[in-house]
Design a protein around this ligand. Structure first.
Ligand code: ADP
Ligand code: ASP
Ligand code: MG
Length: 605
């Protein structure tokens, strides 16, 4: 008999009728000859309601008490679903996370799963009983046996982790939309359903704002090769398959905190072009990368951020052989930009012919800020200067001097305890394009980000390590890290600016920690802007296809939307825009890549 784990989200169990309908579906699955474990969320908006109650009492409630409170929501829905199953004549039992033995770290409100005890589950299953498990919660290891929660949206993670631990043949996530769509149908009703998506793409989309799946659920599916589908609770349509490559067998011990980094990747054939002091107005990136794409030059990493008030730096890397073409385009565009009347200093092109890209890769990087910090620290200790940083959910890449590459590789192998050989990853231009995957699989909007600008940081090696080390200590994940390409000399000290984005909820803590650091090290200033939106495109097919980023920038430029920051990784391009332009930006990008279907998706309330 096969074992299937099914998870039903809040809307799907939002009323007695809906719980009864879930019970009927579970019974059908049993009748088809399967053992079933069901994971449920709290009913409807129960968790939001509980958060609201807590806020009425305290503006900063203790995380432990929040876990005590929030974990009650799921206890209601498991009991009701279990009763509904029993009413249908199906033997069923509800269990909390603690009763199952979903053992987690003691970190309240964002605990990671360490281990799932399967004995009791297996005993019930073997007796033909359906086990209904409370999602989103666990119990801490150690003597205290504290209730913990996994973070909002964490029931998906509970379900996939249970599927991994039990060796289930499939994990099915039932929700209020037909599956994974090209974007959020609440913002673009013509969003189209995908038949399938790779785990890597889904990890990016989930982390960039597509809340249909919890990113950690995708991480576990990827690490343990759990077959995962996302389907509608209201229909029998097949939904979307999230596909993972068959991965080597991993131990289930320390399930969510296993080795974060699986591989070191490098490419010594990169060159970097930077356009310095370009005016901060819509259309500049579109023009530059549009022209580069017309010459059929594939750009690897792109970063852009504002510095000096109203002037931007844009930097990008290409395979060395393409440098002359890329440089020529940049040189041709720079004088046009120079004509800006407000500009006192001229725009300028700089080229670095001898750079290399070095990356750490692994699904465990997601949401673990300490990993990037550890990489920067290891490079610093090895005396390697970091020129550009690009982060994605499964990778952190640094552009460094080619001379330093061997030293960097050894330092990183040591730091992450890797005994496998580093993988040579040639620049995307020489990789055969992935013709099966669409250029852009999906588009996401994240309205929960804040932008941090760190100005006039002394340009000495090790600064990145220090800054991200401080944030990692506070458990703050950082995204879109961008260093200015220019040095400014202030009181004989060369300085640089740095910009990054963090979750809005972490912005104040991050800002305070960095201000303390700034005082200690006598830097310039730390400025936070909470009114930003991040829009991103994700697609494995963009690798080796010039012009994808340019098309996105062009669509935004046509609407007069200014790009505050740009950061790319191999399979995504993200732009930070003003908060009020976020939804519009998402809609025009979705349109620009012809992702809309003819039918519209209606999301039930
Ligand atoms: P559940 O309660 O079932 O876990 P969630 O609200 O967490 O449901 O996730 C489903 C919601 O995710 C959808 O209603 C939709 O608004 C949103 N969403 C965002 N991006 C996407 C996307 N790319 N595809 C599908 N749904 C998306
Ligand atoms: N009930 C929790 C939440 O609303 C967990 C979940 O639904 O996944 O975040
Ligand atoms: Mg959810």
């Amino acid at each position: 008999m096969a074992l299937i784990v099914q998870k039903y989200g809040g809307t799907s169990v939002g009323s007695v009728e809906r719980i009864q309908s879930v019970a009927r579906r579970v019974c059908q699955t049993v009748a088809s000859g399967n053992h079933v474990v069901v994971v449920v969320s709290a009913m409807g908006k129960t968790t939001d309601g509980l958060v609201g109650l807590a806020r009425e009492i305290s503006s900063n409630p203790s995380r432990r008490e929040m876990d005590m409170l929030l974990s009650t929501g799921e206890q209601v829905s498991i009991a009701l679903l279990s009763m509904a199953l029993q009413e249908l004549g199906q033997s069923a039992i509800s269990l909390t996370g603690a009763q199952v033995g979903i053992v987690t770290e003691s970190e309240h409100s964002r605990a990671r799963i360490l281990e799932i005890r399967t004995e009791r589950l297996e005993r019930h299953l073997n007796e033909g009983t359906v086990v209904v498990v409370a999602g989103f919660q666990g119990i801490s290891s150690g003597e205290e046996l504290e209730f913990t929660t996994l973070g909002r949206g964490g029931s998906d993670t509970s379900a996939v982790a249970l599927a991994a631990a039990l060796g289930a043949s499939q994990c099915e996530i039932y929700t209020d939309v037909p599956g994974i769509l090209t974007t959020d149908p609440r913002l673009v009703p013509q969003a189209q359903l995908m038949d399938e998506i790779t785990c890597d793409e889904m990890l990016e989309l989930a982390s960039l704002g597509a809340k249909v799946l919890h990113p950690r659920a995708v991480e576990i599916a990827r690490n343990y090769g759990v077959p995962l589908v996302v389907r509608s609770s209201w229909t029998d349509e097949p939904g979307t398959r999230v596909i993972s490559e068959v991965s080597p067998t991993r131990s289930l011990h320390n399930l969510e905190i296993t080795k974060a980094v699986d591989a070191i990747e490098f490419d010594t054939d990169q060159a970097k072009v930077a356009l310095l002091r370009v005016p901060d107005r819509p259309g500049i990136a579109a023009r530059l990368f549009g022209e580069i794409a017309r010459r059929n030059v594939d750009v690897d990493l792109i970063i852009q951020s504002i510095h000096d008030g109203n002037l931007n730096d844009i930097a990008f890397t290409v395979v060395s052989g393409m440098l002359p073409k890329a440089e020529a385009v940049a040189e041709a565009i720079a004088p046009v930009l120079r004509s800006s009347p407000q500009q006192t200093q001229e725009a300028e092109v700089t080229v670095d012919r001898r750079t290399a890209k070095i990356s750490i890769a692994g699904a465990g990087i997601v949401g673990r800020p300490g990993i990037a910090a550890q990489m920067f620290a290891a490079l610093f200790d090895a005396g390697v200067n970091i020129e550009m940083i690009s982060t994605s959910e499964v990778k952190v890449s640094c552009v460094i001097d080619r001379e330093d590459c061997d030293r960097a590789i050894s330092a990183l192998c040591l730091a992450f305890d890797l005994h496998c050989s580093p993988v040579h990853m040639p620049n995307t231009a020489s990789v055969p394009p992935n013709t099966n995957a669409p250029l852009v699989r999906g588009v996401a909007l994240d309205l929960n980000q804040a932008r941090l600008a760190l100005r006039r940081i002394p340009d000495v090696p090790g600064m990145a390590a220090k800054i991200f080390g401080v944030l990692a200590q506070k458990n703050i994940s950082v995204d879109m890290i961008i260093q200015s390409q220019r040095c400014r000399i202030i009181d004989d000290t060369p300085t640089r600016d740095l910009a990054c984005t963090v979750a809005r909820a972490d912005a104040e803590t991050a800002c305070n920690a960095l201000r303390d650091l700034a005082e200690l090290w006598d830097w310039g200033e730390v400025v936070v802007d909470p009114h930003v939106a991040k829009v991103s495109i994700v697609g494995a097919g963009m690798v080796g296809h010039p012009g994808v980023a340019a098309r996105m920038f062009e669509a935004l430029a046509q609407q007069g939307i200014n790009l505050q920051m740009i950061a790319t990784s191999e399979i995504k391009v993200s732009c930070v825009v003003a908060e009020e332009e976020g939804v519009k930006a998402l809609q025009v990008i979705h349109q620009a890549f012809n992702l809309a279907g003819k039918e519209t998706v209606e999301v039930p309330v």
